[in-house]
Write a protein that binds this ligand. Structure first.
Ligand code: AMP
Ligand code: GLY
Length: 423
């Protein structure tokens, strides 16, 4: 069977490595891919939003399974296009991917079905939002309804900050039409945990947990980024919490989507906050997290293609999902200046140090080949993942491996996984 992966980041690299490990794929293609993915897959120069060209390619190459890694094509309906053409594809249809594509939809769904989440109100006019804000207790969180590269949630401590946020989202339209509607949400506190789940429309199976570090600088300072590092599992997410989440969040979400005629097939990423009043949903995503995939997938014992095929066939209940009894840490090597301005085109050396090293991975996020040399080509450049018997060991291994690669302007956080010291 031939497999096509759609996307171009560290997450898609991690998916490609898992597909390669499966051994069931004769050829692995990735559109558009990147220079690192090219070491496990044949990269194809088709953009993730070019649905017809992607489907043409899948037909031409007899692709037996296409895996959509990214949010934008899912929310845009790539799965519907593939299905209409009789092509097998892993990911939610447009009417289910809306769980990530619209915060208003997901909040209303949770309210309707009693799934724990922060209290909120929706607004489509700045005036109404501002008069409501006069009545609330600060801090509050303002969120753009639509996709905003993970940067559409603004925490406001005062009315002045809230006024600025309404302006940013609804008037200046920093995130375009994503800000036509906003959600104003109660501020919650507690550890944040990401749980990615396989879903077949009826059944849902959570994977091992992970934690992301979204801020650019140590001690969670600096701007929000796409993610500066992850670790798995989360020591905060114990069996009791998992059971609670299964009963009050995961299965109820699955059932709610089914009841709405929006059967969810694919990966449901549940962003949780473990508050004093119990776990609550911060957000849903309709795909693997990046860089959560880079610590969760290397720990998965199952063949990824078996699990994805079971999801498509509605047979996930037959799969015994298993993870290694160890830990993994991923440290992102970024270009200094990310997420604001940074230089690209710096030569990367030392990648060969990862060759043949079991339990160490270097996932490419923003790289390209320039006349035979690997160079930086983005804000997040590489994700260095290492496994270990426990989180401390995995962290030690991951940070040691960050020294194996060099490039000018290399920047990383030095405290990925540090919070576990106090658990
Ligand atoms: P989201 O895009 O909804 O995941 O929000 C991005 C980040 O903002 C989350 O990972 C949290 O760190 C923070 N955040 C979002 N909603 C809340 C909330 N209601 N209370 C506190 N922090 C929040
Ligand atoms: N790491 C968070 C996300 O993928 O949305």
């Amino acid at each position: 069977m031939n497999v096509l992966i759609v996307g171009s980041g560290g997450r898609e690299h991690a998916i490609a490595v898992s597909v390669a490990k499966s051994g069931q794929a004769d050829n692995i293609y990735c559109a558009p891919g990147n220079a690192g993915i090219a070491s496990v897959a044949q990269c194809v120069d088709i953009g993730a939003m070019e649905f017809d060209r992607l489907a043409d390619f899948a037909e031409e190459k007899s692709v037996g399974l296409t895996i959509i890694g990214m949010d934008e094509p899912l929310v845009g309906g790539v799965v519907d296009v593939f299905e209409k053409r009789g092509l097998r594809v892993f990911g939610p249809r447009k009417n289910a991917a809306v769980i990530e594509g619209s915060k208003v939809f997901s909040k209303d769904l949770m309210k309707k079905y009693g799934i724990p989440t922060a209290a909120y109100e929706n607004f489509d006019s700045p005036e109404d939002a501002l008069s409501y804000l006069e009545t609330v207790k600060f801090p509050v969180v303002l969120k753009a309804d639509g996709l905003a590269l993970g940067k559409g949630a603004l925490i406001c401590n005062t009315m002045d900050e809230a006024k600025d946020a309404v302006k940013t989202l609804m008037l200046d339209k920093q995130f375009g039409d994503a800000g036509n509607r906003i959600v104003v949400e109660e501020f919650m506190t507690g550890p944040e945990v990401s749980v990615l789940c396989y879903c077949d429309g009826s059944h849902i199976k959570p994977m091992t947990s992970a934690q992301d570090h979204k801020r650019a600088k140590d001690n969670d300072e600096g701007l929000n980024t796409g993610g500066m590092g992850t670790f798995s599992p989360s020591p905060f997410y114990d069996e009791k919490i998992q059971k609670y989440c299964e009963e009050t969040i995961y299965q109820p979400t699955m059932d709610a989507m089914k009841a709405e005629g929006r059967d969810f097939v694919g990966i449901l990423f549940v962003g949780l906050m473990l508050t004093e009043d119990g776990p609550k949903v911060l957000e849903y995503n309709a795909r693997f997290g990046d860089p959560e995939a880079q610590v969760v997938l290397p720990r998965m014992k199952n063949d990824i293609l078996d699990v994805m095929n079971a999801c498509i066939d509605g047979a996930l209940d037959k799969i015994d999902l298993q993870f290694e009894d160890n830990a993994a840490v991923c440290v992102i090597l970024a270009s200094d200046g990310y997420p604001e301005s940074y230089e690209k085109g710096k030569v990367i050396t030392g990648l060969e140090n990862f060759d043949g090293k079991e339990d160490y991975y270097v996932f490419h996020a923003g790289t390209k080949l320039d006349g035979g040399r690997m160079v930086t080509n983005g804000g997040r450049v590489l994700g260095v993942t290492a496994k270990g018997g426990n989180l401390l060991e995995a962290r030690k291994n991951a940070y040691a491996a960050t020294e194996w690669v060099s490039f000018e302007n290399k920047y990383m956080r030095n405290d990925i996984g540090k919070s576990i010291d106090n658990v």
